[in-house]
Design a protein. Structure first.
Length: 171
C-alpha cells in the first residue's frame, strides 16, 4: 500500500479488486473478513469495515506528521475537465476539504485545499497524478512561484501555509 512503499499502481489494483470482490448485485458491500459469517454493510461508512480503512489512501491520509492529499488518485480521475472534491474528511489533523480540477489540455491541474485547523501538519503533500504521467514543470501556491515540488513523485509539498490554499501544477 502507498503508506509502506508508495507503490500507487499496485495499491490501486489491490483496492479495486478488493472492492469488486465485496460488492453485491444490489450495490451494497459485503464485509468478507468475518469468515463463515458474512455481514452486509449498508454504507461505505460502516464502523471497522475494509472500505473505510482503505478509502483514506487515495483520498487523504497522514503519518502523524505529514498529510497526504490525493496520494493514490487513479490517473483517469484527472483527465481533462474532471474534478475531485472531498469535504469534511476526518484526518489526524482535523477535518480536511479539497477540490482538484484538471485542465491538462492547457497544461495545468489546480487544487484548492482547506487546511485542517485542529493541528497543523509539518507539511502537506499534494499529489498531482497527470493522466499521461507527465512530470510537473513548475508550481505556484496562492499565485506565487513555489519551488518545493518533486516531479518524480508528482507532489507539491506545502508548509508554512494556513487557511485556504490554491496550488497549481503546470506541465
Amino acid at each position: 500500500m502507498p503508506t509502506v512503499s508508495d507503490d500507487v499502481p499496485n495499491f490501486l489494483r489491490f483496492w479495486m479488486n478488493t472492492y469488486a470482490s465485496i460488492v453485491g448485485a444490489d450495490g451494497k458491500l459485503w464485509e468478507p473478513w468475518q469468515l463463515g459469517n458474512y455481514t452486509k454493510c449498508t454504507s461505505l461508512t460502516t464502523d471497522g469495515g475494509l472500505v473505510p480503512r482503505a478509502l483514506p489512501q487515495p483520498v487523504g491520509d497522514g503519518d502523524g506528521q505529514s498529510l497526504w492529499i490525493a496520494r493514490a488518485t487513479p490517473r483517469v480521475w484527472l483527465e481533462q475537465g474532471k474534478k475531485i472534491a472531498v469535504k469534511n474528511a476526518p484526518t489526524h489533523f482535523g477535518p480536511l476539504a479539497y477540490e482538484i480540477v484538471s485542465d491538462v489540455d492547457n497544461g495545468k491541474i489546480t487544487a484548492t485545499v482547506e487546511m485542517p485547523s485542529r493541528r497543523l501538519p509539518r507539511d502537506v503533500l499534494v499529489r498531482f497524478r497527470h493522466p499521461k504521467g507527465t512530470p510537473i514543470k513548475s508550481a505556484t501556491v496562492n499565485g506565487k512561484a513555489w519551488s518545493d515540488f518533486d516531479p518524480a513523485k508528482e507532489i507539491v509539498r506545502l508548509h508554512d501555509v494556513e487557511g485556504t490554499v490554491k496550488v497549481e501544477a503546470a506541465y
